[in-house]
Design a protein around this ligand. Structure first.
Ligand SMILES: [Zn+2]
Length: 69
């Protein structure tokens, strides 16, 4: 086959990273997408990190409720 698996985000191949996560749906037209451990960590930080000032109104409201209590 075509050889190395590459991270779809940063382009590193499987020999350059510690871990590679497979994702995406199986399709005749689309190859599976892969994400390396570095990008997984970066994505996790974005998802779990502090919310930006432009957070959704519902999240802001929830924060105010806790602070008021
Ligand atoms: Zn990557």
């Amino acid at each position: 086959m075509s050889g190395k698996i590459r991270c779809a985000f940063c382009g590193q191949d499987e020999t350059q990273v510690e871990k590679m996560v497979a994702g995406g749906r199986k399709s005749l037209l689309l190859q599976r997408a892969y994400m390396c451990g570095d990008c997984v960590t970066a994505a996790y930080d974005i998802i779990k990190g502090p919310e930006p000032p432009t957070a959704a109104p519902s999240a802001v409201a929830a924060g105010r409720e806790i602070r008021a209590a």
